[in-house]
Design a binder for this molecule. Structure first.
Ligand code: 1PR
Length: 530
């Protein structure tokens, strides 16, 4: 069996890819010097971060020449995501930096009107011709996350292997001879992705050996269903999944215990969750890197769960007991190394927005900017914990108000959505709409929009809050808090433009299986991943 070589230049989370390769039964070696590249029998290049950062890193490590020689010699290669984009001549993302130049054309940003960018989530591919890579592919959706894409042109037609529809069509698979690359993440695409990866690893020649595929007419991005696990230590010191009612997780004085984090995450993966999110809900008061069982939870989860993992809680700068300083980027990096694909920032995002408003501009040193620069915008989620504040009229506040159908305690017809920090313990003078807008400007890639008023109530999502925020940004928004019945999921996707809906309590208590949510959505004509 051929040894698989990984070109990992240490800029992001490739733990899941390593885990996927090991799970499929292959041995893995790392490229650690330029010479290793030409020794490799099968090479995987999972590009991470931005196009410019990836090319710069290849350059600094002296990898460009041997890599070009390897590719020109038509040796087995699989590029993933940025690993596909680097094969082209250049990219709008980093206009001054040249690509490897193997495939004609430049990478361009998605720009269609009303389109959510990044293209994040599960979409299909349309294979253009037979290949061993897509042999047996049957229209299953695969996981994509990117803001730039390769556009099909006559000059790169000989490379075109598969197309995906979003803002027109883009090249989601390329291949010529033994060199192939895909824009989606096979290691994050559940069983369908693992099967595809296995076909490359198995070493079948890449050309013209596939079965006939059944290709859908056009591919459609699915609405995502996310299972959320709020995690904290209980009074005995064990890390448990808990769940609050309006953020209060205690029942008769005890922290509610709904199960073990790794087991539950695995259960949701098997039941068809499109993503799994962990929120370390007490990390605001503890130093998250000290004695953190959360890192181990992530490591163990990423061995078994092959869909995207997000982790939130405590992502901010810290000084430990010995006076050592850790930046938010250090904390995030520890989470990425342990298997997270995205990190989510709560309290610190509110502080960054307050500072942005005081100073009137971005300074490049907020946690959002620092993490997005290194790991890419798509890896930075902002978790908002808003609470309604009722007012008699919009003139009573400087904040973004909505005319509400759920009047306040004194019959108020208007409300604004006040951001809170420290798990709802402190309200700040920032509203959810302005927070989302500023975080998008600072480089966040997605918004996780909770509601303290609806959390754990089962009364349905706060559609007024969700519409106000999702109308204010172009990045994807995840609706969270209040799901109590399958109909609530249909409602939120029909009434607003959100890309994903998240729930906790109804999944933990096994009241509604994820598959039933998806069936319901399909019956309403809403696209999902099966
Ligand atoms: O502020 O960066 O340290 O991050 C802390 C993170 O922990 C934030 O993302 C914040 O939302 C979360 N958090 C803090 N305290 C609580 C709590 O519940 N006491 N959980 C908490 C937030 C809300 C949702 C929940 C949905 C769905 N949980 O994520 O899962 O409301 O619930 P439902 O379907 O049962 O209604 P930082």
């Amino acid at each position: 069996m051929a040894m698989i070589y990984l070109l990992d230049y240490g800029a992001g989370n490739v733990r899941s890819l390593r885990n996927a390769i090991r799970k499929l039964g292959y041995e893995l070696a790392d490229i650690s010097r330029p010479d290793d590249i030409l020794k490799a029998e099968r090479l995987i290049f999972p590009g991470v971060g931005s196009f410019g950062a990836a090319m710069q890193r290849l350059h600094d490590l002296g990898y460009i020449e041997p890599l070009q020689a390897y590719l020109r010699a038509d040796r087995p290669f699989l590029g993933i995501c940025i690993g596909l984009q680097c094969l082209f001549e250049g990219s709008e993302e980093s206009p001054d930096i040249a690509g490897l130049g193997l495939i004609p054309g430049r990478i361009r940003r998605f720009s269609g009107p009303g389109l959510s960018v990044p293209h994040m989530g599960w979409n299909g591919v349309r294979p253009e011709r037979e290949s061993s890579l897509f042999a047996g592919y049957n229209g299953e959706k695969l996981y994509f996350v990117h803001s730039y894409r390769a556009v099909p042109e006559p000059a790169n037609a000989p490379w075109s292997l598969a197309l995906t529809d979003y803002d027109g069509e883009f090249l989601s698979g390329v291949q010529k001879g033994q060199v192939a690359a895909v824009q989606f993440h096979p290691e994050k695409s559940g069983d369908a992705g693992l099967r595809l990866l296995d076909r490359f690893l198995a070493g079948e020649p890449l050309q013209n050996v596939g079965d006939r595929y059944r290709s859908p007419e056009t591919t459609r991005l699915a609405k995502r269903i996310i299972a959320c696990l709020d995690v904290r230590a209980n009074d005995a010191g064990d890390l448990v999944v808990t769940k609050g009612d309006q953020y209060d997780v205690r029942e008769e004085g005890q922290v509610r215990n709904l199960g073990k984090p790794v087991d539950l995450a695995r259960r949701y993966y098997e039941e068809g969750a499109d993503e799994v999110t962990f929120l370390n809900i007490t990390a605001f008061r503890d130093f998250p890197l000290k004695d953190q069982p959360m890192l181990e939870v992530l490591e163990r989860t990423s061995e078994k769960v092959f869909v995207p993992l997000t982790i939130g809680g405590g992502i901010r700068a810290f000084r430990d007991a010995d006076g050592r300083h850790y930046s938010a980027l250090d904390v995030a990096s520890a989470y990425f190394r342990s298997g997270a694909d995205k990190i989510s920032i709560g309290s610190d995002a509110v502080s960054s927005v307050e500072r942005y408003q005081q100073e009137g501009c971005a300074r490049g040193d907020s946690s959002i900017e620092q993490i997005a620069y290194v790991y890419g915008n798509q890896a930075v989620v902002i978790s908002i914990d808003p609470r309604r504040v009722y007012v008699a009229s919009p003139a009573k506040t400087r904040h973004h108000t909505v005319h509400t159908r759920v009047p306040g305690p004194n019959g108020e017809q208007f409300c604004w959505f006040q951001c809170t920090v420290k798990g709802g313990r402190e309200g700040r003078d920032v509203d959810a709409v302005e927070l989302a807008r500023v975080c998008e400007a600072l480089g966040a890639g997605e918004i996780l929009l909770n509601s303290i008023d609806r959390d754990g109530t089962g009364a349905g999502f706060d559609l007024e809050l969700i519409a106000a925020v999702s109308d204010a940004v172009t990045i994807p928004v995840i609706a969270s808090s209040g799901a109590g019945r399958v109909e609530h999921f249909g409602e939120v996707f029909e009434a607003t433009d959100v890309e994903a809906a998240l729930a906790a309590g109804i999944f933990h208590r096994r009241e509604v299986p994820i598959a039933v949510v998806k069936k319901h959505l399909q019956s309403r004509g809403i696209e999902t991943r099966d």
